[in-house]
Design a binder for this molecule. Structure first.
Ligand SMILES: *[C@@H]1O[C@H](CO)[C@@H](O)[C@H](O)[C@H]1NC(C)=O
Ligand SMILES: *[C@@H]1O[C@H](CO)[C@@H](O)[C@H](O)[C@H]1NC(C)=O
Ligand SMILES: CC(=O)N[C@H]1CO[C@H](CO)[C@@H](O)[C@@H]1O
Length: 492
């Protein structure tokens, strides 16, 4: 708000708040005061950046696939205790879960560092037992879940008209925003995902979590087949989207498909993406993948058609190591430095665009299906900050406002409130950051009054924004989807 437009009563209000502030200062140490001032200044500057642009389109039209589920959210440790699942002395990574012991080992593996994870439960008997137990656990909550519905919900809230590809039950469809049109089959029972949430410094046996996060267990029947794909494709033409968003493909990870089934599904998806008009942006939201063969399929069938990618600090190093021909990285630093993330982003950007150039110049491949598009936008969300690469002259607008919005959404989502309460927020990004680990790289100070830093390199712009990290966690699951969707909305 401009100074000049303040209403008279606000001056009176300011005088009162000044008095309150002075009173508060009386009781507080100088360090606290300094810190409060910084947080307050970062918040008002982010809000200003967020408001700077309205949406360019009256109501942007976004088509989002695929799938969805009912999330059953519980306190992870209370849940495991109630199930009688004891903390394991052997934290161990499993690609999928078959019994309670593997669940204990796998949970232990991710819980201590506080890293996000989701795993397929092959044992249906055990999965039903887990769901029954979670249903009866005091304090549990149900929510609309899955990448696609969460992103759809956020975009509808932000003023978009959405076509959502997924097969849902009627109860599920009833709770969706009226700005969301569903394309898919009607099903009786939605897939259920069990979300085991935990806060920072929670104990489970002799483990203590380093940061808040969640461990997700799923055992879907519908989602892995992308069974809404056909309906979605049919409605897509008339819907005339400005943007297509693809997410939820991790439900295929480690799912017991019959031979050839998965490739067939992904090929159909590729057909849809490659035949959409080149002017329509395509965003792909990564997720937690552990099966190398599916990531390999994604690298061939999906990622080459995306103009934009979104992912978190675990998914970035994983994608990069696969692009470089190495193994999956199951667990990475949950609190990486800015320089580390930016270096990984530059490399992903460079490798994917090099691949695109190589295939485009290959005269043996002349159909659009195999050529794909260059990558022009890469958004990485971490606990401490947001980072984005956007190609100069590409279709993506308002990067600075978009990243400010993404950053604010991180706090809003995790704290579960649209109004940001600074008593529940903390800056954990350093006072300054290096733009790269390369020797002689520039350091950028974090300026409270201009917290979003943007600069140019090669053929792109990089922007970094600090997150006001929420310290009283309401929910971490779905955070990445809310954040990614919020960032995209201002860029269409
Ligand atoms: C599946 O879970 C049930 C119930 O916990 C258990 O009795 C059974 O041994 C598990 N099956 C396998 C193959 O581990
Ligand atoms: C990749 O995984 C395989 C099989 O687990 C292992 O033998 C190999 O040493 C790993 N390679 C790297 C580069 O870590
Ligand atoms: C805090 C917040 O905005 N979280 C939202 C994330 O998206 C889901 C689905 O739209 C909403 O229900 C949450 O409220």
């Amino acid at each position: 708000m401009e100074e000049g437009s303040r209403l008279p009563w606000m001056r009176y209000g300011s005088a009162v708040s000044l008095f309150v502030v002075i009173l508060a200062l009386w009781f507080r140490s100088p360090q606290d005061v300094e810190l409060d001032y910084r947080l307050d200044s970062v918040l008002s500057s982010l809000l200003r950046a967020e408001r700077k642009v309205g949406m360019n389109n009256a109501r942007p039209r976004v088509a989002i696939g695929f799938g969805g589920c009912a999330d059953l959210i519980v306190d992870g440790v209370s849940f495991l205790n109630k199930m009688g699942i004891l903390n394991s002395d052997q934290p161990m990574h499993h690609d999928y879960l078959e019994n309670a012991e593997q669940l204990a080992q796998s949970f232990a593996y991710f819980f201590a560092p506080g890293a996000a994870a989701e795993r397929f439960m092959l044992n249906e008997t055990l999965f039903s037992e887990l769901v029954e137990c979670a249903r009866d656990l005091p304090g549990n909550r149900w929510a609309v879940g899955g990448n696609a519905p969460v992103m759809a919900g956020r975009m509808a809230t932000e003023g978009c008209d959405v076509l959502l590809g997924g097969s849902f039950s009627t109860d599920f469809t009833d709770v969706l925003s009226r700005h969301i049109t569903v394309a898919g089959k009607d099903i009786e029972e939605p897939d259920i995902h069990l979300i085991l949430e935990y806060s920072s410094s929670t104990s489970w046996g002799h483990y203590t979590s380093q940061r808040a996060n969640r461990y997700i267990i799923h055992s879907d029947d519908h989602n892995p087949y992308l069974d809404s794909l056909e309906e979605f494709a049919k409605k897509l033409r008339d819907f005339r989207p400005d943007l297509i968003v693809v997410g939820g493909l991790q439900m295929m990870d480690n799912f017991p498909f019959l031979p050839g089934e998965r490739e067939a599904v992904l090929s159909r998806l590729e057909g849809l993406l490659s035949t959409s008009s080149p002017q329509i942006g395509i965003h792909f939201e990564m997720a937690s993948f552990v099966d190398e063969s599916i990531v390999d399929d994604l690298l061939h069938h999906v990622i080459p058609h995306a103009d934009s990618l979104g992912m978190n600090e675990q998914e970035l190093p994983n994608l990069l190591s696969l692009l470089k021909g190495s193994n999956i990285t199951v667990l990475s630093d949950p609190n990486p430095r800015v320089a580390t993330v930016l270096d990984q982003m530059r490399e992903v950007y460079r490798i994917l665009n090099q691949r695109h150039k190589d295939t485009s110049s290959d005269s043996n491949l002349d159909s659009a299906k195999f050529k794909g598009k260059p990558l022009t936008r890469l958004h990485v969300h971490t606990l401490a900050f947001q980072a984005m690469i956007v190609t100069h002259g590409s279709q993506w607008k308002n990067t600075m406002s978009a990243i400010a919005k993404a950053s604010l959404t991180a706090n809003r989502h995790v704290c579960g409130s649209n109004d940001i309460d600074l008593s529940k927020a903390r800056l954990i990004m350093d006072d300054s950051f290096s733009v790269s680990h390369r020797a002689g790289s520039q350091r950028i100070p974090l300026q409270e009054t201009r917290p979003v830093s943007c600069w140019d390199e090669d053929d792109y712009q990089i922007c970094v924004a600090p997150v006001l990290v929420c310290t009283e966690v309401y929910q971490t699951a779905g955070g990445g989807d809310n954040i990614s969707a919020a960032g995209l909305v201002l860029q269409i």
